[in-house]
Design a protein around this ligand. Structure first.
Ligand code: 0PR
Length: 387
């Protein structure tokens, strides 16, 4: 640190220069990420109310009340208006909280997750000293139910199902997992970090997507992240439990703060009130219809990409997309070589073992897809010329 202070102008200049090679969620060439550029209104709310700490509930009772409303609005979206939960730092904390709550309730140490589970579940299992059984997925990348059944043993306390996998946006057969969990008296946590803000709107538009939420009686909790398809600023994850009872073993009492005894059911103690306010504002501002229109556009661009891919001989979707995530693979060329060449053309692109992942977020327009297709064709021609 300098001894003397720098001028604000100088500081800004230095920061801008330090960030000059960073990408922006606003830019179309960022097709690798699940996060959206936050809506301008959400940004305004976030900065106006930045100095609120919802961890100190007695100092900020107004924010606490808004969080309750947010959870009830998200609960309504997920068929349970009386759900209990919190706005947390992201999907990672949300997934962690569910596993923590159920480990404490059950006293057991084994969970079952699909092979497609996000790495945050492995991190959580590591912190919580859980035994994690990974179950294979079928050809359509959904968890194999028969294998899940086989994996259940006396120490199992929770199964995780995914509604919108990180790699391809696939929804596991949650109805079957729900039945299985009821039969074996297990907790069922659904990771809908991405899909939570997509599937309910697709359902309303009559897309053929399966049930995944509290409408299924075996579902105990759901991760749903406003900072992904909800257009809210980071950090804004969401954890919803079917009822408050499920969190009773992770409820932490804090007695010394200004208003006397308070309880917390999050991992993080000081929490951004601005996040909660931005989510409340966005849910009100967008309304169900606003999000539905957003998803309609994303699905339209998804269809457009699929059609364009159809016209390129050596590329194809690895699977017909369930939602606005497309995996592209090649029957002829090495996918790593394609990804590297596209990255050189300044595309921010995700690479999985056998496919490139394109997330069709609102800033990925048909025009962006046109440029993407143009560039990937050029890349294929180049690779072909070198063979
Ligand atoms: N569950 C699922 C299904 C996810 O896909 C993710 C994140 C999480 C949980 C964890 O969420 P948080 O990152 O909010 O804790 N998936 C994104 C991904 O791997 C994470 C991400 C987001 C990565 C934005 C990069 C980025 O720019 O694609």
């Amino acid at each position: 640190m300098n001894r003397n202070s720098l001028s604000k102008n100088d500081i800004l200049k230095r920061i801008r220069s330090a960030l000059k090679n960073d990408k922006s969620y606003k830019k179309g060439n960022v097709i690798s990420t699940m996060c959206t550029y936050p809506d301008e209104f959400a940004q305004q709310l976030f900065s106006e109310f930045i100095a609120r700490n919802i961890g100190d509930t007695n100092l900020f009772p107004g924010v606490v009340a808004l969080e309750k409303e947010v959870i009830s609005m998200l609960g309504k979206l997920l068929h349970n208006e009386t759900a209990y939960g919190n706005i947390v730092t992201g999907g990672t904390e949300a997934n962690f909280l569910a596993l923590w709550a159920y480990r404490e309730l059950s006293g057991k140490h084994t969970i079952i997750v699909p092979k497609t589970a996000h790495f945050s579940l492995y991190k959580s299992a590591n912190i919580l000293h859980l035994n994690i059984k990974t179950v294979r997925v079928t050809e359509n990348r959904q968890v194999d139910i028969a294998e899940v059944q086989k994996a259940i043993d006396d120490d199992t306390f929770c199964i995780v199902g995914i509604a919108g996998t990180t790699e391809l946006g696939v929804i596991d057969p949650i109805a079957e997992l729900s039945e299985l969990c009821i039969k074996h008296n297990l907790y069922l946590h659904i990771d809908a970090a991405f899909g939570g803000f997509v599937i309910p709107f697709m359902k309303d538009m009559n897309y053929d997507v399966a049930d995944f939420d509290f409408v299924l009686p075996g579902v105990s909790s759901i991760t749903i992240d406003p900072h992904k398809m909800g257009m809210c600023p980071i950090p804004a994850g969401g954890i919803l439990f079917r009822n408050k009872e499920l969190t009773k073993k992770i409820e932490w009492s804090v007695s010394y703060l200004s208003g006397g005894d308070t309880q917390q059911t999050t991992f993080v103690s000081s929490r951004s009130g601005a996040s909660v306010i931005a989510v409340w504002g966005m849910l009100k501002h967008m309304g169900f219809e606003g999000y539905e229109n957003l998803i309609r556009k994303c699905m339209d661009v998804t269809g457009y990409l699929i059609n364009e891919l159809d016209r390129i001989d050596d590329l194809c979707p690895i699977l017909q997309p369930t939602m606005n995530i497309v995996g592209i693979t090649s029957t002829k060329y090495n996918i790593v070589t394609i990804a590297e060449a596209m990255r050189e053309k300044s595309w921010a692109i995700s690479l999985f073992t056998k496919h490139l992942r394109i997330v069709l977020r609102p800033s990925v327009t048909k025009k962006v897809i046109d440029t993407f297709i143009h560039d990937i064709k050029e890349v294929l021609t180049c690779i072909q010329a070198k063979i």
